[in-house]
Design a protein around this ligand. Structure first.
Ligand code: SAM
Ligand code: SF4
Length: 343
């Protein structure tokens, strides 16, 4: 692909709007970390004694809105709010309303631990949020508290029900399976799909700064979890012809209302289909979750950069998006914890 940076930039100027990387991937999905703060401390995500960034170092509402506007001018149409925990951000409902009303924003979704959703689901839905991915690794209240170090499973369960009642559907539950903690819980989580039209997706644990050794040694692969489910429920029916649906391969337990899925970032990366970029809570554009490369957007924005200059910076960064992660060769991204990037 011989498209140079200058010609790409010209294409934007001509309003031929798209952000391509040098491998020809169209990047149009932005995940925005609204904060690195969180009301839980999941063992695979952050250390118990983590210190969060001061608010002044995080993107302010008007900075987020300006960047969302610029990304949408570059053809980004799918946005997800994450964190840390996005719902602990002050003014979250109003921010969601303004992002959802930005021209070009087609879908706005959120990833949340669900703790605050019983009171936020309805206002967020009314503000324009379309869907939520809840993170839940066990249905055992005592184990939940051990995994999250402080949470209450009841709060999360009420949050999921409130989201369903508010029409934030289909409900998706993301579950990280941790060896020695929650392998058995996958079965009970998958069982939820028998009676609920939900998607329960199992994610392989990934290594980042903060709990790296643990993350590397306690991974349970998607293949293992699938085998475990088939031992209990019988052969799973492949959906979508067995092909990737976004980042997951989806299946159905015969006769169930919902679906189960597997996200195999570590054992079977899906970099060739990647369409996403991430904006960290402190305003860095991170091109790949598992690669340390980042481009600072917040500093130039605060220094008065024009929209055109910021768009050019974004396009150049996207052009240079790394092909994928290098976990297979032992390279682990250590410049941030997962909660600082936004999953
Ligand atoms: N606080 C929100 C939540 O938990 O859903 C959003 C942020 S959290 C960082 C986003 C997702 O990343 C969650 O589904 C969480 O389970 C996942 N996650 C955190 N650390 C991870 C790790 N080391 N490997 C894989 N997934 C991880
Ligand atoms: Fe918080 Fe989400 Fe990380 Fe758990 S996974 S500590 S809920 S940011």
């Amino acid at each position: 692909m011989a498209l140079g940076w200058v010609s790409l930039y010209n294409r934007v100027q001509e309003r031929c709007i798209m952000a391509l990387d040098r491998y020809g991937r169209l990047i149009h999905y932005l995940r925005i970390s609204l904060t690195d703060h969180c009301n839980l401390r999941c063992i695979y995500c952050m250390p118990d004694d983590i210190s969060f960034k001061p608010n002044a170092e995080l993107m302010q509402d008007e900075e987020i809105l300006r960047l969302v506007g610029l990304f949408s001018q570059l053809g980004f149409d799918k946005f997800r709010l994450t964190g840390g925990e996005p719902t602990v951000r002050a003014g979250i409902v109003e921010l969601v309303r303004q992002i959802s009303q930005t021209p070009g924003v087609r879908t706005l979704s959120m990833t949340s631990n669900g703790v605050l959703f019983s009171r936020l689901a309805q206002p967020l839905a009314e503000a324009g949020l379309k869907r939520v991915n809840f993170s839940l690794d066990t249905l055992d209240a005592e184990k939940f508290r051990r995994l999250t170090r402080r949470g209450s499973l009841d709060d999360v369960w009420r949050g999921i029900q409130a989201a369903e009642a508010a029409g934030l559907t289909p409900i998706k539950i993301n579950s990280v399976v941790v060896r020695g903690y929650s392998e058995q819980d996958a079965i009970e989580l998958a069982r939820l799909t028998l009676e609920h039209p939900w998607q329960v997706r199992f994610i392989e644990m990934m290594p980042f700064a903060g709990a790296t050794e643990f993350q590397l040694t306690q991974v349970v692969t998607a293949a293992e979890i699938r085998q475990q489910l088939e031992n209990v429920f019988g052969p799973l029916e492949a959906l979508n012809g067995g092909r990737l649906d976004g980042e997951a391969r989806m299946y159905r337990i015969p006769g169930s209302q919902g679906q189960v899925g597997f996200i195999s970032t570590v054992s079977e990366p899906f970099c060739h289909t990647c369409s996403r970029a991430r904006l960290t809570a402190d305003g860095r554009l991170r091109l790949c979750l598992l690669n340390e490369m980042e481009v600072d957007l917040l500093t130039p924005l605060r220094q008065g950069a024009s929209d055109a200059a910021l768009r050019a910076l974004i396009l150049e960064a996207i052009w240079n998006k790394p092909w994928g992660n290098s976990l297979a060769t032992g390279q682990v991204p250590l410049n941030r914890a997962m909660s600082q990037i936004g999953g």
